[in-house]
Write a protein that binds this ligand. Structure first.
Ligand code: ZN
Length: 179
């Protein structure tokens, strides 16, 4: 019932003592019967940044890496340990596009299953509306090959590789004029 990339089917040994007596005790919990180590595969937090140009078009990036190489994405990425979501949003935009953003406003969150190197990372993607004065100074860098602007209504949701991105765009359209 679990996919082949689900932690239950991937994690075989205790990360603390290396024992093979490391078993799933639920769909996200594991216990080692040799050293009593408990591990929980909790959601990883990530950010997505919503930036509009002066025509009301939304910024998208093209992924330069797997998974989903070449697909449209929203700029953003994983929140690092002990980092705030706001800091992660600013850092990711600096890394991917080389610009500063400000006036971050929380918009919504959606879960996703991100499969990387044969392992499912369950994420919670937090979307923030942001502003910048440097939208014309952007350069695609890091894990992004290019950036493109689209009216959210014109996006083919099937072209977006993750369910969380689809849901964020759907909510943007539903709440249009209220944010
Ligand atoms: Zn152990």
């Amino acid at each position: 019932m679990y996919s082949s990339t689900h932690p239950v089917n991937v994690l075989k040994f205790c990360p603390r003592c290396g024992s093979a007596h490391f078993a799933a005790t639920g769909d996200r919990s594991f216990k080692c019967s040799d050293c009593s180590f408990n591990y929980y595969a909790n959601s990883s937090a990530a950010v997505a940044v919503l930036l509009f140009n002066e025509k009301g078009e939304l910024l998208f990036t093209r992924r330069a890496i797997e998974p989903h190489l070449g697909k449209l994405d929203l700029p953003g990425g994983f929140i690092e340990p002990l980092e705030t979501a706001e800091h992660a949003a600013k850092r990711e935009i600096q890394e991917e596009l080389g610009i500063e953003i400000h006036s971050l406003k929380y918009f919504c969150s959606y879960p996703n299953e991100y499969v990387f190197s044969g392992f499912s990372v369950f994420t919670l993607d937090l979307a923030f509306l942001a502003q910048t004065e440097s939208i014309h100074q952007m350069t695609a860098m890091d894990d992004v090959s290019s950036f493109e602007f689209y009216n959210p209504h014109d996006i083919d949701l099937e072209e977006l590789p993750s369910i969380s991105m689809k849901n964020i765009i759907k909510e943007l359209i539903q709440r249009e004029g209220t944010y």
